[in-house]
Every structure is written in structure tokens, then in C-alpha cells.
Unconditional design. Structure first.
Length: 230
């Protein structure tokens, strides 16, 4: 699967920013005061776009509601009809981001039975998703340091879960004789680090004119040379 085909896959499974905003709307109807779905989804997208832009420039903790109002073009009153505080907004973004990653990786994993192809597909899916939802990934990584204990625990559990997906594939591949016997937890951690390198230092690869397809293929070469049983 290349990046273009992955985008088609996301659309087919309704894993887009609009669908993410729609999920936010339906999952938070008790607190969101806007009842028209189309209006709510449109404004939630405005809010998220504004949050990600401000966070990239100055950080979420430094963002004020006035900043968010100015960037989104929505009044303070309108913003508070979608969430009651910055903390609630942060939780919404974290929960939806984690849910998105989990769903996509599980969908991709289920499409393959053979360990090597499953491993490669999951690695590529994570990289491609981080390219498509780069702002969301960057936000979740960079803001982890500012979370309270409960929020941090949520992010850590999600990190362990995505890592466990890789670990389980590696273990199963070892049992079947397709992948080497080694420290699968460390291997998964290194793979995760290579994935994070892409979206945290995207500017570096853009400057070198390296595409996400080229980067993904190179990561797969490393993984194959290290993991596949001879």
C-alpha cells in the first residue's frame, strides 16, 4: 500500500477529519449545545484547525481562549457552547486522536494474515496516518508533557497499545518461524521511534524532498533486514 491508496482506504472507512469531528459531536452531545450536526461538525473542524495552529506556534498551555477565538473566527460564547474549558477540549482531542489511531491500525492489521505482510502494513499505516493527520500527531506528542496524571496515563496506555500491536505480530511471526527470536519489546520501541521521527521532524524531510512513501519504504527495509528469519 502506498500513501495514495491509504488515503482511499481512509475515505472508504470514514477516517477523515470531518468524520473525526462528527464522532466528537456524537460522543459529546450531552455537553455540546449546538444541535445541528452539520453546523457543529463544521465549527468543530474550525476549532481543531485553530488549536493545532496555535499549539504549533506557542503551545497549548500558553493558548488563551481569546487566541482560539481570534484564530477560529468564533466568538468566546460560541466556543464555550462546544466545551466548557481548555481541559475539556484537551481531553476531547486526546481521546479522539487515540481512538483514530487504534481503529486504523486494527483495520489494517485485520487485512493481513501472514506476519511479515501484517507487520509491514501496520508500520506503513501508522506512518501514512501521521502524514495525513500530522497536526494531530504532533499535538498529542508535544502536549504529553503538560498533561495531568490521569491524562498522561491515558496517553501512555495508548502508546503501549500501539506498541503491543507490533509486539504481538513479532511474537506470532517468531512462533511461525517467519521472524527472528529477539527482544520484541525493544524492537517495537525502535520501530515506534522511527515512526515518530517522521512527524516530529517533517520539516527536515520536506527540505530534502523525501516523500512519505520513500521514508516508509526505507523503514521497511531496515525492519526486514533486522526482523525476518533467514
Amino acid at each position: 500500500m502506498n500513501y495514495e491508496k491509504f488515503l482511499t482506504f481512509l475515505n472508504e472507512h470514514e477516517e477523515t477529519l470531518e468524520s473525526a469531528c462528527r464522532r466528537v459531536y456524537f460522543e459529546n452531545q450531552e455537553t455540546i449545545m449546538i444541535k445541528k450536526e452539520k453546523t457543529a461538525v463544521k465549527n468543530l473542524k474550525k476549532i481543531l484547525d485553530a488549536v493545532f495552529k496555535i499549539t504549533y506556534e506557542k503551545g497549548f498551555s500558553a493558548m488563551t481562549m481569546r487566541d482560539l477565538s481570534n484564530e477560529s473566527g468564533m466568538s468566546l460564547g460560541a466556543l464555550y457552547s462546544y466545551f466548557k474549558s481548555k481541559e475539556e477540549l484537551l481531553n476531547i482531542i486526546l481521546r479522539q486522536g487515540i481512538s483514530m489511531v487504534t481503529r486504523v491500525l486494527e483495520l489494517v492489521s485485520q487485512m493481513h494474515n501472514e506476519p511479515v505482510s501484517k507487520l509491514e502494513a501496520v508500520i506503513k499505516a501508522h506512518l501514512f496516518l501521521s502524514e495525513k493527520a500530522r497536526s494531530w500527531f504532533y499535538f498529542m506528542f508535544m502536549e504529553a508533557k503538560n498533561l495531568n496524571a490521569q491524562e498522561c496515563d491515558t496517553v501512555l496506555k495508548a502508546e503501549y497499545h500501539t506498541e503491543k500491536v507490533i509486539v504481538d505480530i513479532l511474537k506470532n511471526g517468531e512462533i511461525l518461524g517467519d521472524l527472528k527470536k529477539q527482544n520484541h519489546i525493544l524492537t517495537a520501541s525502535i520501530i515506534k521511534a522511527m515512526q515518530q521521527e517522521w512527524y516530529l521532524k517533517r520539516w527536515k524531510y520536506a527540505k530534502r524532498k523525501i516523500t512519505v512513501d520513500e521514508y516508509a519504504d526505507y523503514v521497511i527495509k531496515f525492519v526486514r533486514s533486522f526482523c525476518i528469519a533467514k
